[in-house]
Write a protein that binds this ligand. Sequence first.
Ligand SMILES: [Zn+2]
Length: 1006
Amino acid sequence: MGHKSWLGLLLLLFTTLPTGGIALADGETSPARDPKQPIDEAYTAKIRKYTTAPYFSSPLVDYLPASKTVPTPEVVLGDVAGAPGILPYAEDVYKYMRLLEKATPRVKVVSIGTTEEGREMIAVAVSSEANLKNLEQNRQRLAKLADPRSIHLDDAEADKLVAESVPVYYITGTIHSPETGAPTALMELAYRLAVDESPYVREIRDGVITLITPVVEVDGRDRMVDIYKWHLAHPKDFYPPLIYWGKYVAHDNNRDAMGMTLKLTQNVLNTYLGWNAQVLHDLHESVPYLYDNTVGDGPYNAWMDPILVDEWQMIGARNVADMTKFGMPGVFTHGDFDTWSPGYLMFLAAMHNGISRLYETFGNGGADTRVRTLEPGEYGRTWFRPNPPLPKTAWSQRNNNNYEETGLLTSLHYFNENKRLFLKNFYLKGKRSIQKPTAEGPAAYVLPADDPRATVQTDLLRVMLKQHVEISRATSSFQVNLPVKKEKKAARSADSEEKPKPVSPTTRDFPAGSYVIRMDQPYSRVADALLDYQFWSPEDPQTTPYDDTAWTFGELFGVQVTRVTDSKVLSVPMERVAELRSLGGVQGEGSVFAIDNHAEPALATLRYRLKDTPIDAAEEPFESNGHKFSRGTFLIRGVGRSDLDAATNALGLNAVALASAPVVKTHPVRAPRIAYVHTWISTQSEGWWRLALDNLQIPYDYMSTQALAKIPDLNAKYDVILFPPVTGNANSNAIVQGTPTAWGNALPWLNTPETPNLVGKNDSTPDMRPGLGWDGVAKLQSFVRNGGVLLTATDTSQLAISIGLANGVTSSTSEKMKIVGSIVGTRLVDAASPIAYGYDEKVSAYCDNGPIFSVASILGSRRRRLGPEMNTRPTGRGTKDDPDFVIGRPAFDIPDEPEKELWEAPQPTDEQSFNNPRVIPPANRARVILRYADSKDLLISGLVENGNDIAQHPAVLDVPNGSGHVILFSINPVYRGETENTYSLVLNTLLNFDSLNAGRKQADTK
Ligand SMILES: [Zn+2]
């Protein structure tokens, strides 16, 4: 975003553009204006003025047709679309779209929902009068093609519908707020589609319904426009980076198409499916000049229909060809974006039998015209980019709008020419989704009725409902055959000539009430993709995964999901589930109520909801009234049965009334006062934590590192400081120092007349630059020493270690290791720790090259995995296992090396302990709660390469410090609304903040 000096560039501007001259195949419509329709001369002149070179435009957009009745974008913008210095707020964009709707029957605007901050989202339909008049009949036809069950998978009937239907092409703009060009491009595109009488545009208008959401991230758009206005008012200053986009999430708003946690994702999917659209085309701006990254690179998502890959190639190749013929440089469709993860907004279409598309055009992060100098990798000629972008050129927002509109118009035209094919494909993809059980399988996924984590199971199923997946519930118990795992052929060996014994098929029984997600439904594809396992080969030619390599929801939520290939599951009696409710409440008689602990996040919600009721946690498992209860079970007294019944019922938790209090050691479970800390470097990773806490209704004070440093006595106000990850790998020095203040100007994040939307419901500061500072470091140190609990993860854990808060813990990274957004196995080491309450021995967790922790009992020493050479005996007499001895004297016993597992701190030897003040007393040593699994068990889903570097190392640590604790996470327990399995590691820390030493081994606490 650096400095800008665009005024001088006006010298470079061209004022004339060539016209015509496009070679056409027989019967193709010329992409040129209708000479009989007058143009808007003034508007056209400005388009040409703001375009920095003639080849950055095309015959489709280098003029604007005139209309006597329909207003151009100029009436709202005060200038043409893409003009320098002009970025409209969302409401200005909407105002224009509604003016269009008023002026022409070819435009219809609908509201599609609101954002987290209450701003409206809209969709604008542009098509012929006739098409818009017949929307409902057309929608009904498309709905039948979308769900081929409705026409009994009858291809002839489908052909009739295909012949009669008008397809819907859905375009979404500016989900990424600093990518600012799309709204004006889409305003002008709507005008052109409504007004232009050239045969080329008329064909689109008559043949296709173009649906446009001009602003997807509305909250972020308004903040971005504020910042740009601030920049215009202070042209010589640095302007603040866009630290918040939406209320919770920044760039990751385009990674929510799996978890469906954000309103914008839900609103776009509901619109996409509500209109039965065939294409979802999402506009971005980070690559010169137009990268149609739909085709991208491998590996492709393994759950989508190969028909879709053909469609990508068809539309992408034609797009490049058309724009290349216009003489526009830098248009290509193959590149380094892999299409593995289905988390991108456009993938809502790919996973729902449509066509996903995405443009990266070139944006300036605002409406300034700037000289842009590219990297060799960007302007270099390659096999997939024979006509690359220019190494250096003046670039304007108008150029960007020209590329976006030209790309979209050529796409729409090609789509219209081939709409029968694409509509038939739309039907075929739906049909093939329904045929999944008999084609590639599986037949269904089953989630058993007796899963002990019922509330989390419900949360997972709610994601499926948001994805419009049909869920059924078995009305009786049933049994299925599980597939026989093929034995790997044993290596040929002279010792074993025996044939492997045949393995008999295994079966599994499911109780009545189990959830069945049938694969014979139109949206089976998305359920299959989310519930299945991923494997990314370390040998894959793609060496830099673009995003996460795994997302297996059953593992990340920690609920049982069985992939069933046995098709008889489909004939089990079952009924459709319209609404999900996990039923809770109180059973039994008595005045002490027990709620078993299965690490369900709802327990924390209950603790805060019953804020005046004493709750204790059992420190050991116990039995009562024939029930077995696990460690951490809530014991509740002094609450009315009906109150508890209402509270547990609402949350889906089950309480058991006991006749008498069980004989078991307990400690109070309290609702801590939480300081929640963010930086002014990035709010991306912490935003997901904030969203999770808000959904769980857990209150906290949200503050920056700057604000934390100014609180005189943190212990007086807070019990726990939550410091979620900054970026995952933010440098500790950057967190402490912030951005340099020795030069430059203050970067305010405040509401002012120029920036009325910046703060929203988040945080503010007069200057974003200062970090935690050394005062803040000292505050954190004394907070912990005086009994506070500091919870950190990934990069904030590294910060805690680097500022001396975690004695005996070191952190390192590995150059060789690649765990790229994968799901890994971890193992419970200390089940008696309150942090582990409710967890079983094996815990699946999300890891993205997490820091490699090691614990030691001597300060400054570090554990290393011993190589095999360390275990061999020295050269000498005898066989490999014999003792050696020295000639002329009796053999001595060699003292045993202290044997400790890799995740443990070895006891100091006598030699090490002699007069050594650096030996950490047992009570001050780190307590290992979870460790990474052994190397062979590390990979659950995704990519793990050289995992041996982190295998067995601690994954979650509780480090005592003074009378407080520092909790360190190498995994990221709260991520993208997908990792509910590990939420309770954080929530348990909160609720047991003043009893974290519970269950600690006696020897350690001396
Ligand atoms: Zn983007």
